[in-house]
Every structure is written in structure tokens, then in C-alpha cells.
Design a protein around this ligand. Sequence first.
Ligand SMILES: NC(=O)c1ccc[n+]([C@@H]2O[C@H](COP(=O)([O-])OP(=O)(O)OC[C@H]3O[C@@H](n4cnc5c(N)ncnc54)[C@H](OP(=O)(O)O)[C@@H]3O)[C@@H](O)[C@H]2O)c1
Length: 169
Amino acid sequence: MTLGLVWAQAHGGVIGGGGAIPWHVPEDMAHFREVTAGSAVIMGRRTWDSLPERFRPLLGRRNIVVTRRHDWHADGAESAGSLPAALALVGGDGWVIGGGQLYAQAVDSADILEVTHVDLDTDGDTHAPPLDRWRGVRAHPEHGWHTSRTGIRYRFVTYEREAERCPPR
Ligand SMILES: NC(=O)c1ccc[n+]([C@@H]2O[C@H](COP(=O)([O-])OP(=O)(O)OC[C@H]3O[C@@H](n4cnc5c(N)ncnc54)[C@H](OP(=O)(O)O)[C@@H]3O)[C@@H](O)[C@H]2O)c1
């Protein structure tokens, strides 16, 4: 089973503010759809709530929402009482798609990260996990930035886990 995390972060690892993503980069939404197409996607209940109603459930993907609310229900989504319960429900490959709480809980189990770096200083209340134990293995573009039609610069980077350092013999 491969577990991936996919997010977009501004400077300082900001991923959200006030229950929303504080920028609009449609090209990144297209990238997100491509990365997660046909897969199970696992999200925290607040991320589900942050999706505009017309976009949820996310089409062509199995939507799993993690919540402590036993009575939580939404058409087109399955609920799980914890991240391990969500992973057991998936039983195979999947993507954690947010938000901050879910990334923090999932990052130690992840095999791969797909991170969109957004070249923006913005305030926020929700942050991505640190990337210090991960190494970028692919970037698009390789150097520099894409520029969105909204004018914001962004860059896609795939990260794999740093090899664990062996203690000296
Ligand atoms: N930039 C990006 O790529 C990106 C992607 C996704 C989201 N976001 C942003 O991230 C923010 C939301 O993130 P967030 O950290 O506030 O919330 P979140 O991780 O989306 O959801 C938190 C909720 O998940 C449930 N939960 C968390 N841990 C749990 C556990 N161990 N067991 C059972 N349930 C658990 C709880 O739901 P209940 O309260 O129902 O119990 C909790 O309130 C928004 O601003 C959103 O726009 C950004």
C-alpha cells in the first residue's frame, strides 16, 4: 500500500486560514485532480466542510472523512473515526488531502508527498508538516516557477523520505 499526502503551501508552510485556502491557483486544482484521480482520498471533517458544496464529494474518487462525530453523514462520503480506521477502510493506496490536523497525523506513515509551493507571503492559521526529513526528487518546472493565470507563481515538487541515517559503527 502506498500512502501519499498532497497539499499546496505558501511561504512558511501556510496551507489555510479561516477555513479556506488563502489563494486561487486553478492550475494547482487541475494538478490535484490529476494526482488523486481514481484514488481514495482521506480528509479531515473541516476540509470536507471547506469544499464548496458543488465540488463534494470529489468526483471519480472514494471520499473518506475522518471525524469524531459518530452521527456524521454526508452523501457520497464514508466516515472513519480515526486516521488508522480510514486507512483500514481504504485497504490499499490512497491520498491524504488535508487539512493540517490530518497531514500532521499522516506524515510519518507517508511514502510520498506531492507539494505545490506557492510563491506567496500570506497569513494563515493552518500549516503543513515540516519537510526537513524529506528530499525533493522531482520538480516542475525543474528550475524557477510557473505563473498562474491569476498571476501567482507556483512550482510542483515530489518528495520522498530521506534515507534514515545509520548510527556510526
Ligand atoms: N493548501 C492545501 O493544500 C489544503 C488542503 C486541505 C485543506 N486545507 C486547509 O486546511 C484547513 C483545514 O485544516 P484543519 O487542520 O483545520 O482541519 P482538518 O485536518 O481538515 O480536519 C480536522 C477535523 O478532523 C477530525 N479529526 C482530526 N483528527 C482526528 C482523529 N485523530 N480522530 C477522529 N477525527 C479526527 C475532527 O473532526 P470533528 O471535529 O468532526 O470530530 C477535526 O475537527 C482549511 O483552512 C483548509 O482550507 C488546505
